[in-house]
Write a protein that binds this ligand. Structure first.
Ligand SMILES: NC(=O)c1ccc[n+]([C@@H]2O[C@H](COP(=O)([O-])OP(=O)(O)OC[C@H]3O[C@@H](n4cnc5c(N)ncnc54)[C@H](OP(=O)(O)O)[C@@H]3O)[C@@H](O)[C@H]2O)c1
Length: 159
């Protein structure tokens, strides 16, 4: 999974992000390009257009939902079945879909944005018994980034 969340797990509000962090966007692009990206219908509808060089898989309960250029599925399991040939597919949100995906994920690329934000979508709690941080990189606040943030790579612990 790949996400950016505030310290209070905030992901977004009114179907939009609550920050603009260009270096985080750049990292999202670098990591996901060439791969399948699995998302909820609401997150999909926040995009002005398809993200280039990525196969979009959109999860909805609506059996009549259609959108050009994307694969529509109705469960997270159906989405995961479509990505079996991709060694590094990504679940890209939002809150509902991260919650469904948590049990299946083996890696979480989390950008922890240092602040508390008003939100209506939240990242699920990462259980420290199940996950360990294997990489950590701090990014200072600067004239292009209103908040400091830390890239955290979590891997599922071997049981
Ligand atoms: N900070 C980040 O990294 C990040 C990343 C992505 C998104 N976001 C933000 O997160 C917010 C959107 O998140 P969200 O939680 O509201 O919506 P979401 O997870 O993007 O999509 C929710 C939709 O997914 C479908 N869905 C959910 N559970 C399902 C299930 N069990 N089976 C089948 N379909 C299911 C439903 O679509 P239908 O209603 O069509 O049935 C539901 O309305 C926005 O503010 C967005 O900007 C932030």
């Amino acid at each position: 999974m790949i996400a950016a969340a505030g310290e209070n797990e905030a992901l977004g509000k009114d179907n939009d992000l609550v920050w603009h962090l260009p270096d985080d966007f750049k990292r999202f692009k670098q990591l996901t390009t060439g791969h399948h990206i699995i998302m909820g219908r609401k997150t999909f509808e926040t995009f002005p257009k398809l993200l280039p060089n990525r196969v979009h898989i959109v999860i909805t309960r609506d059996r009549n939902y259609t959108a050009e250029g994307v694969i529509i599925v109705h469960t997270i399991e159906e989405a995961l079945a479509k990505v079996e040939n991709d060694e590094n597919p990504f679940i890209i949100g939002g809150g509902k879909i991260y919650t469904l995906g948590m049990q299946y994920a083996d890696c979480i690329e989390l950008t922890r944005v240092h602040g508390d934000f008003e939100a209506d979508a939240f990242f699920p709690i990462i259980n420290e018994n199940d996950w360990e941080i294997v990489e950590k990189e701090y990014h200072e606040k600067d004239d292009r980034h209103a908040y400091a943030f830390t890239y955290l790579t979590y891997e599922r612990k071997k049981q």
